[in-house]
Design a protein around this ligand. Structure first.
Ligand code: GAL
Length: 395
């Protein structure tokens, strides 16, 4: 009898190994369930155990075709997130995953509820672009206890050990590109140039990216502030003073209006504005127009990010001097590869293991490369690359 049990135990082990090896997407939860089932069955009758394990193996293999991925995006008020969501969904579906894509319209509690629903509905993996990077700690703990891997999308998930990987762009470099554009366009490497009046904007303080953009930009601009070739006439030079909650266009517009009426009413002119995102650039431009500035001679250089369609149109009209193009198709594909690897139990491709400390762990990341875009290279970078058509940009 003992011998029979040993043989059957060997069969069970073999079936389990085959089930793991042959499964295209190994779900830790399902595999763990199969293990528990097999162990319990072995205690009763070995023959039944073998049957249960074989059934579990089939379930696991079948589940591989219907794995669910929950994708939580922050808002549809910005084009880029619409593109991000669509790209991630399409690419995951092409691999056979079932996708639950949700937008929370910048409502933090709504995003928590959406993620909660994804967990309840049996998501096997979560992809999250947070509204507030720190506000998801509790819900992510739930995901972790349900063995659901979490990928942070573009924005790092802070103060949690429940995040497995992070797909993003080189965010520090984004700030460097924005500030370097201003340095070049104002000719600041020639120390006789200046002083120029430059006002500074930062992104949302609850988004870790905003700090990286700011740090990259300020590292680049600080030498010229020190040499007084750049003057920040408003005196607002700290991240806290320059931050724009929820990346809101109207908040940026109101702050620019205040700066213009408070600091520039005596006749001084703004020469340039460091803006970390196209959405803020629109608000800044509206404030300048409201104060009598006109696109053309005397219109300040305004930076941006995301190469939104409106942003690219503004490059052509001269309303915006540059934007930073972050190809959401590339980011989505890196993220989708991470999801696929995690669900198959393999190692995703990463290229940074040092930069993204979320307060609990340094999250293994893949950083895509951002590109500075102006009216001189937008055709090559965004149209030839198939991101927009010439008709869209002209329309
Ligand atoms: C950041 C993102 C930027 C921009 C901004 C506002 O997290 O990295 O590209 O989209 O949010 O949406």
């Amino acid at each position: 009898m003992k011998k029979v049990k040993r043989i059957i135990a060997t069969i069970i082990a073999t079936v389990m190994l085959v089930s793991v090896a042959s499964c295209t997407a190994v779900d830790t939860k399902t595999t763990a369930a199969a293990t528990t089932k097999a162990a319990a069955a072995a205690e009763t009758t070995a023959a039944a155990a073998a049957a249960t394990t074989a059934a579990a193996a089939e379930t696991t293999a079948a589940a591989g075709t219907t794995f669910k991925v929950g994708v939580a995006m922050p808002t549809q008020s910005s084009e880029r997130w619409i593109a991000d969501g669509a790209n991630v969904k399409t690419q995951l579906e092409a691999l056979g995953y079932v996708v639950d894509l949700q937008y929370a319209e910048d409502d933090i509690q709504a995003q928590v509820n959406q993620i909660e629903n994804m967990i309840t509905n049996g998501a096997n993996c979560l992809v999250i672009a947070a509204i507030d990077s720190s506000a998801l700690v509790n819900i992510l703990a739930k995901a972790k206890s349900a063995n659901i891997p979490v990928i942070a999308y573009d924005r790092l998930l802070m103060n949690t050990d429940a995040v497995s990987y992070y797909a993003t762009f080189d965010n520090f470099q984004v700030g460097v590109l924005q500030a370097s554009y201003l340095v070049d366009a104002l000719g600041l490497t020639d120390s006789t140039k200046g002083p120029f009046n430059v006002e500074l904007f930062a992104g949302s303080p609850d988004d870790n990216n905003a700090t990286l953009f700011w740090n990259g930009a300020m590292k680049t601009l600080q030498p010229y502030i020190d040499s007084k070739q750049i003057v920040v006439l408003s005196g607002q030079t700290t991240f806290e003073k320059c931050a724009t909650l929820r990346w809101a266009q109207e908040v940026a517009q109101a702050r620019m209006e205040n700066i213009l009426s408070g600091t520039y009413s005596g006749g001084a002119k703004v020469d340039a504005v460091l803006s970390p995102y196209d959405g803020l650039s629109y608000g800044i431009a509206a404030a300048l127009e409201g104060a009598g500035y006109k696109v053309g001679a005397g219109w300040p250089l305004i930076t941006g990010q995301d190469a939104e369609l409106m942003g690219v149109k503004n490059l052509i009209s001269g309303k915006q001097a540059m934007t930073v193009f972050k190809d959401t198709r590339v980011l989505a594909s890196k993220c989708v590869k991470m999801v696929d690897a995690v669900l198959k139990g393999t190692e995703p491709e990463i290229n940074d293991t040092k930069t993204y400390d979320n307060g609990v762990l340094v999250v293994p990341s893949f950083l895509c490369t951002p590109v500075a875009v102006t009216k001189d290279n937008y055709v090559k970078e965004v149209i030839d690359a198939g991101y927009y058509t010439a008709a869209q940009v002209a329309g």
